[in-house]
Design a protein around this ligand. Structure first.
Ligand code: FE2
Length: 252
């Protein structure tokens, strides 16, 4: 979700969209809600109230200091697990879907251009084991730049989790698939926000920064808003995915 345009779309449409799609659980990446970078406790609460069951974050987690204490106590807003152990919050949460199924969500950061304190591959097996002790349905939000890292993680976790879903690039990819072992995957679910932009930023500002190499204060764009994501079907008894479809809905 990016900025106020993304938030407005979600607040107005998420409940109806969940009903239309028959979605019993919703995971939302919220790291760009506060004017394009970061999230505040108030915005996190609004996203949960709008119909997200779990909110994940990413490389912009710490942009707003007020989120630190909130993350330390939140059970439904998580940050990447491969930050340091001393950072507030956690990278795994479990919540209950509308039909009573427990769903575990893991949030991890990729390495390319992001350089997290720990490589996710060092801890992902333990995290998945911990998640599976609490839920059959396990979804991993891999917040990362590189398509190769995201494809590699989905292959590594095939048959061990329900889905590996990519976020961060704001560009929806056309590779939604269920792998042989029963894990759904998509390299990036895309962006809920203004698409008449450079990944959410006013186009002229992004181009000015690239053409001049000088600092330019970014502002969130406004036009061409879409809700993007992915809808995953799975068997709650086994946690195996049966289908995945990209979601792409214009707003208003
Ligand atoms: Fe990001």
């Amino acid at each position: 979700m990016v900025g106020a345009p993304g938030r407005r779309a979600v607040e107005e449409r998420l409940r109806g969209l969940r009903a239309d799609l028959g979605a019993t659980f919703c995971i939302a990446n919220g790291e760009n809600l506060a004017d394009g970078v970061g999230i505040t406790p108030k915005l996190a609460e609004r996203l949960l109230a709008a119909g997200a069951d779990i909110v994940t974050l990413g490389n912009h987690t710490w942009r707003r200091q007020e989120i630190n204490a909130y993350l330390a106590r939140s059970e439904r807003v998580i940050r990447p697990a491969n930050f340091t152990a001393d950072a507030p919050g956690r990278g795994l949460a479990v919540a209950t879907a509308e039909d009573g199924t427990p769903v575990a969500v893991i949030n991890v950061l990729g390495s390319l251009f992001i350089h997290p304190p720990h490589d996710l591959f060092e801890s992902i097996d333990e995290l998945v084991e911990e998640a599976r002790r609490q839920a059959k349905v396990v979804v991993v939000d891999m917040h990362a730049e590189a398509t190769s890292e995201k494809v590699a993680l989905s292959a590594w976790l095939d048959g061990k989790v329900t889905a590996v879903v990519g976020t961060h690039t704001h560009v929806q990819t056309s590779d939604a698939r269920v792998l042989r072992g029963g894990t759904a995957a998509i390299t990036d679910v895309g962006m809920t926000g203004p698409h008449d932009s450079v990944i959410g930023v006013k186009t002229e500002l992004a181009i000015r920064r690239m053409r001049t190499g000088m600092p330019v204060r970014f502002e969130t764009a406004e036009g061409g808003v879409r809700i993007e994501g992915a809808l995953i079907d799975c068997d709650p008894e086994t946690g195996r995915a049966t289908a995945i479809e990209p979601v792409r809905v214009p707003y208003p």
